[in-house]
Design a protein around this ligand. Structure first.
Ligand code: FES
Length: 67
């Protein structure tokens, strides 16, 4: 699914970039160019960061790691 129509960026590209270490919308903008034109996709693009962070919190909570 296209998340960013302006730059033809898909959800898969964003997920892969987050998995490779992108941790902020600025990272996604720098690496993919997402949300660098009209900005309509910025909330949706950022939501992939949030879901990733929630997963990390769940995983790290199980091994008692503080961040
Ligand atoms: S839809 Fe992503 S910048 Fe316009």
């Amino acid at each position: 699914m296209f998340v960013c129509i302006c730059n033809a960026i898909t959800d898969r590209q964003i997920q892969e970039t987050v998995a490779a270490g992108a941790s902020s919308l600025s990272d996604l903008q720098a690496q993919l160019g997402v949300a660098t034109c009209c900005g309509c996709c910025s909330d949706l693009a950022a939501s992939y960061l949030n879901s990733s962070n929630q997963t990390q919190s769940t995983v790290t909570a199980g091994i008692n790691v503080q961040s």
